[in-house]
Design a protein around this ligand. Structure first.
Ligand SMILES: NC(=O)C1=CN([C@@H]2O[C@H](COP(=O)(O)OP(=O)(O)OC[C@H]3O[C@@H](n4cnc5c(N)ncnc54)[C@H](OP(=O)(O)O)[C@@H]3O)[C@@H](O)[C@H]2O)C=CC1
Ligand SMILES: O=C(O)C(=O)[C@@H](O)[C@H](O)C(=O)CO
Length: 279
């Protein structure tokens, strides 16, 4: 089984550089797909209250027979649960649905700026970390300005920012900010989902050169940039393929050529964190 290199967060906890995205896996089929990912070697599962599949994630974990401590679980507080007390309650609900006594990474799913409650939400997450209910805490879809506001108002910088990141939206500026502030970047839709950047000729020709698949090239590009990627696949063969990316390296020129595919309108569904509201 592939051994997955780890990335260390600024709180000292280590996370595998490839995790498994679970949206929109649900029901019996969802449990089967998530279980199959665990069997293939994934040890980081990404879920959220809004995916409505925390129960399935917990079931797949138990069905796998793996010790709880071998698998890291991320979940996320939704916009409707922003606020101090609301966030404490939200995690209680997530833990019950998952059937676990702590999560390994707890994220604010979206900043939801029109509500302007993400700082209080963050204060609750700091408390949840001190109670041991969330081992690491971070955010998702935060801009540099929102991250700065969190640290200015609470003194605590998120360990992770999970953001849209794929060859058509490479986010070089945000990555540089993260590096400067010891924030680990996690890529959502790392394969670019429906935009299928792996079908772009730049990627397919690099894949041919290395004798790997285009999907593997895109995931390796994330690895070369020091990012944690959480590809989703319901297909067991692709689940294995997406983990099998540690036997080759991309040259700097190839990394740059893929990054150059970025487009100003490269977001998949216009999810600009400064305007997108998701409850
Ligand atoms: N924080 C946030 O706001 C967000 C977080 N996320 C998280 O990120 C995860 C991943 O993102 P997602 O949007 O699913 O997009 P991905 O970029 O992971 O793409 C998933 C799609 O790619 C296909 N696929 C998987 N592997 C390959 C491959 N090797 N070659 C070609 N196609 C492939 C899958 O098909 P198939 O399943 O048929 O194999 C599926 O259609 C989500 O599951 C979720 O956990 C996603 C969006 C927003
Ligand atoms: O999947 C997620 O985590 C989301 O935040 C959603 O916005 C998701 O990307 C979606 O539903 C897009 O239409």
């Amino acid at each position: 089984m592939t051994s997955i290199p780890a990335i260390r967060l600024d709180d000292g906890h280590e996370f595998p550089q490839i995790g498994f995205g679970t949206y929109p896996l649900k029901g019996e089929e969802g449990v089967t797909a998530i279980r199959s990912a665990l069997d293939a070697g994934y040890r980081l599962l990404d879920t959220a209250v809004n995916y409505d599949n925390e129960v399935e994630v917990g079931e797949a974990l138990r069905a796998s027979g793996l010790p709880r401590e071998d698998v890291q679980i991320t979940t996320k507080v939704p916009g409707r649960d922003h606020g101090y007390d609301e966030t404490l309650r939200s995690l209680t609900g997530s833990l019950e649905r998952l059937g676990v006594d702590h999560v390994d990474l707890y994220l604010i799913h979206w900043p939801n700026p029109s509500r302007d409650r993400f700082v209080d939400t963050w204060r609750a997450m700091i408390e949840l970390r001190s109670r041991g209910l969330a081992r690491s805490i971070g955010v998702s879809n935060f801009t540099a300005d929102y991250l700065t506001r969190l640290v200015d108002e609470t003194g605590v910088m998120p360990a992770v920012n999970q953001v849209e990141l794929h060859p058509y939206f490479p986010q070089a500026e945000l990555l540089a900010f993260h590096e400067e502030h010891d924030i680990v970047t996690e890529a959502w839709s790392p394969l670019g989902k429906a935009a299928k950047p792996h079908e772009n000729e730049v990627v397919t020709s690099i894949a041919e050169k290395y004798g790997v698949t285009p999907g593997q090239v895109v995931l390796r590009w994330h690895v070369e940039r020091g990012v944690i990627a959480i590809p989703k696949s319901a297909t067991p063969s692709r689940q294995k393929e997406n983990l099998d990316i540690f036997g080759f390296e991309l040259s700097e020129d190839d990394v740059d050529a893929i990054t150059a595919l970025g487009r100003p309108d490269g977001r998949l569904f216009g999810g600009d964190p400064t305007t997108h509201e998701e409850m």
